[in-house]
Ligand binder design. Structure first.
Ligand code: APR
Length: 321
């Protein structure tokens, strides 16, 4: 394989991402985790499946970073879920430290890698990765929009009994209850979504999309969603490695787009070999712009909290390859 992808955090989402990626046979894979033996065991188990499915990729599990050297893409899923008694600040501080260390260590061995961040709160964690790694904004992307849009597409498919492939939905904004499902830009085989069902059904789908993560957590009782998040990461990795120029909703660093600055925020981005090639700016009406602004305010507060809790070194951007 000429490409290499390292996944930091070999938990449910990390290992499921490795599974989807191995099936695509597009890159050698490295799984990194702090738990001794676990990434090694999962990597070996996955590699032992490959003769059956007929895919030739290397899969390595490790507790260190040496094996990640020369990765093209680094996916960060390492982190803790919020536990009882843990405040939002505690979670933010803990995960920021984990994502910060994962970024610094990975960059040491793969100075040209593109980073995809999944650890929550992901808009703030992507910001942390960019800042601590002194990375140019196009090399850090947060995954949320592909997942949130896929959930909406799934709900529309259930409602209409139409193939999921015919359904295009775009969910922008931060990855929280204030996310913004753009019904006006969504369609079913070209037909505007709001013409395909009564308003109350569409409103219910928008609401279910916003609460999609919580719905899975409530059903699972322990842990959170991992199949759909892992599939979302896989699509983004494939778009980067194949230089597809694929437009997907994802968290990107805002530098004036949509009137927003200095936060990571879910917007349509074009992905290629260098990461984010372009941010697409939709023509939004007043209501849509106001919804985005409300969502941006939540992300701003979380980013401000990060600055309060952790000192992030401010350096100039690294050179891009
Ligand atoms: N370095 C490497 N791995 C780490 C570190 C670290 N410093 N700290 C924790 N981990 C690992 C854990 O050992 C665990 O295996 O990260 C993994 C996280 O996996 P899970 O707990 O199974 O969580 P998962 O469901 O995969 O979600 C990961 O994605 O959606 C977000 O909110 C979610 O932040 C969470 C992340």
């Amino acid at each position: 394989m000429t490409s290499k992808v390292s996944i930091i955090g070999a938990g449910m989402t990390g290992s499921t991402t490795a599974h989807w990626l191995a099936e695509l046979e597009i890159a050698d894979l490295v799984l990194v985790d702090v738990v001794e033996g676990m990434p090694q065991g999962k990597a070996l188990d996955l590699y032992e499946a490959l003769p059956i499915v007929g895919k030739d990729v290397a899969v390595v599990g490790t507790n260190g970073y040496e094996e990640t050297a020369n990765s093209d893409v680094v996916v960060v899923t390492a982190g803790l879920a919020r536990k009882p008694g843990m405040s939002r600040e505690d979670l933010l501080t803990t995960n920021a430290r984990i994502v910060g260390a994962a970024t610094t260590e990975s960059l040491h061995y793969s100075p040209d890698a593109v980073f995809i961040i999944l650890t929550n709160p992901l808009d703030t964690m992507a910001y942390m990765a960019m800042k601590i790694g002194s990375l140019p904004p196009h090399r850090v992307i947060g995954q949320a929009g592909v997942l949130d849009s896929a959930r909406m597409r799934a709900f529309v498919a259930m409602e209409l009994g139409v193939s999921v492939e015919n359904i295009n939905c775009y969910v922008l904004g931060g990855h929280g209850d204030s996310m913004v499902p753009l019904t006006r830009h969504s369609n079913v085989a070209g037909v505007p979504l709001n013409e395909t069902m009564p308003k109350d059904r569409l409103d219910a789908i928008v609401e279910r999309t916003r609460k999609g993560g919580a719905e899975i957590i409530n059903l699972l009782k322990t842990g959170s969603a991992y199949y759909a998040p892992a599939a979302a990461i896989t699509q983004m990795v494939e778009a980067i490695l194949k230089d597809k120029h694929l437009i997907v909703p994802a968290a990107s660093y805002m530098q004036g787009e949509y009137g927003l600055k200095d936060i990571f925020f879910g917007v349509p981005v074009q992905l290629g070999r260098q990461g984010v090639e372009k941010i697409i700016e939709y023509d939004l009406n007043n209501n849509e712009q106001a919804a985005l602004e409300a969502s941006a305010q939540e992300v701003r507060e979380s980013t401000a909290m990060l600055h309060k809790l952790i000192t992030i070194p401010q350096k100039t951007h690294r050179e891009t390859k």
